[in-house]
Design a protein around this ligand. Structure first.
Ligand code: AMP
Length: 216
């Protein structure tokens, strides 16, 4: 299955992407994760991306698109993939469509995680990321009293772009640039909405139910 996950920052995209991709045995391709790995690795791409990420702005399309093209050309993405965080605007969506057509394939479905803005702010403010395995925890929902990852023992940190000022900017950017994608994919008849409120497992269950008719 070739799948795109969309939704505002804090909708639980990263967490759901992890579970959905693993349930479907397809690679999860997260542009945010790839950028963060480049920032930690101190690569040229990371240095360039960091400037935009720290402000909550989008990294320029040509940089992001070249990176996605490389990733989608890898062997493990040939039978399917889940894209998390890409496309992020209509031009990226149009290029993705062309790129897949060149590979002789097309998207099967776009899953939108639907959640209201107050909930999004609450989720982002309490979000902590593991510096070793990248797993995401929440201070309230997971009742995290310490800063240690229960999965691997790594230390948890708050992403710079989860801090309040940047969160506000990311939500603005979402409204301006990413929300129009929802109408774009509705017109393409690829869009399926899933209510993303409530416990993680419940949202995953709803997502898998929505995807079932599109599975092979
Ligand atoms: P995320 O982890 O998806 O919230 O992404 C974190 C940051 O990485 C975003 O705020 C952007 O600065 C950058 N980013 C991730 N995906 C994209 C994309 N498709 N286009 C441009 N910038 C992106």
């Amino acid at each position: 299955m070739r799948l795109v996950l969309v939704g505002p920052p804090g909708a639980g995209k990263g967490t759901q992407a992890q579970f959905i991709a693993s349930n479907l045995s397809i690679p999860k391709i997260s542009t945010g994760d790839i950028f963060r790995a480049n920032v930690s690795g101190g690569t040229e791409l990371g240095k360039l991306a960091k400037e935009y990420m720290d402000r909550g702005d989008l990294v320029p399309d040509e940089v992001t698109i070249a990176m996605v093209r490389d990733r989608l050309s890898e062997d493990d993405a040939q039978e399917g993939f889940l894209l998390d965080g890409f496309p992020r605007n209509v031009p990226q969506a149009e290029i993705l469509k062309k790129m897949l057509a060149e590979f002789g394939v097309a998207l099967d479905i776009v899953l939108e995680l639907v959640v209201d803005e107050d909930e999004v702010v609450r989720r982002l403010a309490g979000r902590r990321t593991c510096s070793q395995c990248g797993r995401i925890w929440h201070v309230d929902f997971d009742d995290k009293k310490d800063d240690i990852c229960d999965a691997c023992g790594g230390s948890l940190y708050q992403r710079d772009d989860d801090k309040e000022e940047t969160v506000r900017r990311r939500l603005e950017v979402y409204q301006e640039q990413t929300a129009p994608l929802v109408s774009y994919y509705a017109e393409e008849e690829l869009l399926v909405g899933v209510d993303a409120a409530g416990p993680v497992e419940e949202v995953t269950r709803r997502a898998m139910e929505a995807l079932a008719p599109h599975a092979d």
